[in-house]
Design a protein around this ligand. Structure first.
Ligand code: TNX
Length: 518
């Protein structure tokens, strides 16, 4: 994946399945993809595109590049039946597949999934498993949210206390109830740099790019707990702060000083050495400005830099890192708040609040990844009803996600649409504390999302959700079973997937749809 998304951003995909009434046995080799499965690369097909042909000679996959060949293999795997999704074969019968020609290419170059491993740490093996799950669904970006108020999850050798202190918290708020409920067990964990190199390499073998996020200047209390001098020491006793045990937006944010900027350059130096991808996410969301308003140091900084206010101070910090990353051949990406106060050229925006930020950013020439919380936040509850575990946010059903349209209607048909380089589904983990909860929130909705991000579907109202549901029931739930995914069954949670007694928090403002917002 490179950053020439403009060319491939919104190209129509052509999926031509021409079934013929014959089948061929796939033979030879130790796995389903060897033997009489031939592969080749023909760049004229374009990035990530493939043509899959099954005939009397076996299967042939021609990819526009190696990624295209790999996506073609995933389609072939789907044709082999659910067994092909197990880690080892169980059936003795020969595998036969129907004659077919599939010509296929992705609609978007960035087809992402964000996993928040900061609020709850997910062990390395679970992350590797998610890489496999993304690859099986032709998703190609894993965005790891590595730092937040509640935990710092990446080893930084120059600043070891980030993980010694910042990688664990004393206890954890359970759900969102009042009065709060607490799980009194300490929670924590972090990835060594070699763990992350392993994840990056494993993902690369599957044509998935890992995008690291180091969130600043808000969502940084774990770092401040580790190094109190990173905080606004002139207004708060930062030495008394601990890694946050609660959820929400804290007042404790980084101080806007040169020393803090240098510290984060050290951090990013090490991050760049581990993550070779072009994009580096620096957060930028939900930075409370209370302490900057009260802090003489922050106020002096505003005057010294000739800025108007605290928002400009955040903008100054983000621009600094945009230039710093650009000088090292990388591109900054951040949450849509980074638009406020103006953004450096070349920086990209992840639009999570309605569609407005995405529209403004695309019109200003920035690349945009659309991931509005009103549509594709997978931490939000997926059905009404009393049995849903720890219901949070708005209800986004499987059908809602299937009807998500990444290109805001106002941009459709304009040159700015090409700036929408892709879409992403985000899974925050305040109330998803382990792999089982993550699976339940992600699936089956991530399947609907993957189809939206890959395929050229009709407009949201015209999409045939009934057909998607039929394909889920006829084939895909069985594949998820074979993969061992703890998805939400269509009839509701299994008893062991429920969380009675842990209250959630639903958003009470109405959920605006893309139609209302644009
Ligand atoms: C907003 S989305 C956040 C996260 C929360 C999430 C919960 C974003 C950039 N910030 O810190 O976990 O809502 O849905």
């Amino acid at each position: 994946m490179d950053d020439s998304y403009g060319e491939t951003g919104c190209v129509a995909s052509e999926l031509n399945v021409i079934p013929a009434p014959s089948r061929v046995e796939l033979t030879g080799g130790s796995g389903p993809f060897s033997g009489n499965v031939r592969t080749d690369v023909d760049p004229s097909l374009g990035p990530e595109a493939y043509r899959l042909t099954v005939s009397a000679d076996g299967a042939g996959i021609v990819g526009g590049d190696e990624a295209g060949v790999f996506w073609g293999r995933q389609t072939l795997r789907q044709m082999l039946g659910p067994e092909a999704f197990r880690r080892a074969p169980t059936a003795r019968e020969p595998v036969t597949v129907p004659y077919v020609i599939v010509e296929d290419r992705p609609r978007f170059a960035w087809r992402g999934f964000m996993l928040d491993v900061a609020r709850h740490f997910l062990p390395k093996d679970d992350v590797l498993r998610y890489v496999d799950l993304l690859a099986a669904h032709k998703l190609n970006v894993l965005h790891l949210h590595l730092t937040d108020d509640q935990g710092w999850r990446v080893e930084i050798r120059r600043h070891p206390r980030l993980t010694e202190t910042g990688a664990w918290r004393r206890r954890t708020r359970l759900g969102w109830g009042t009065p709060p409920l607490w799980d009194e067990r300490p929670h924590g964990g972090f990835y060594t740099q070699d763990d992350l190199r392993e994840i990056v390499a494993y993902a690369a073998e599957r044509h998935v790019t890992v995008v690291p996020e180091i969130d600043l200047p808000g969502h940084s209390q774990a770092a401040i707990a580790a190094y109190p001098e990173l905080g606004n020491t002139d207004v708060v006793d930062t030495a008394a702060l601990e890694v946050w045990t609660d959820w929400g937006i804290t007042r404790n944010v980084l101080a806007p000083t040169d020393a803090v900027v240098r510290f984060y350059e050290d951090v990013l130096d090490e991050v760049l050495a581990v993550f070779p991808g072009r994009f580096v996410h620096i957060g930028g969301d939900e930075c409370a400005k209370d302490q900057w308003r009260e802090s003489p140091t922050a106020q002096a900084r505003i005057r010294e830099l000739g800025l108007e206010n605290e928002d400009d101070l955040q903008s100054w910090m983000i621009r600094h890192f945009a230039h710093w990353l650009a000088a090292r051949g990388r591109r900054l990406i951040g949450w849509d708040e980074i638009l406020e106060g103006g953004l450096a050229d070349g920086a990209a925006v992840m639009c999570w609040r309605w569609y407005a930020g995405g529209i403004a950013a695309a019109q200003a020439g920035h690349s945009v990844v659309m991931c509005p919380q009103q549509e594709v936040y997978l931490d939000h509850v997926q059905a009404h009803g009393p049995d849903e575990p720890v219901p949070f946010g708005w209800v986004h059903t499987l059908e809602d996600v299937y009807r998500f349209e990444p290109v805001p209607p106002r941009l459709a048909g304009t040159p700015y649409a090409a700036n929408i380089i892709g879409a992403q589904a985000n899974l925050w983990t305040e109330v998803a504390e382990n792999r089982g909860r993550v699976d339940y929130q992600a699936f089956p909705r991530l399947v609907a999302f993957a189809e939206v991000a890959w395929s050229r579907l009709p407009g949201p109202d015209e999409r045939d959700f009934g057909d998607f549901e039929r394909r889920m029931n006829a084939a895909h739930y069985a594949r998820l079973d074979a993969l061992g995914v703890g998805y939400r069954p269509p009839t509701g949670p299994h008893p062991w997937q429920q969380r009675p007694g842990i209250p959630g928090r639903m958003h009470n403002k109405p959920r605006k749809t893309w139609r209302m917002a644009t």
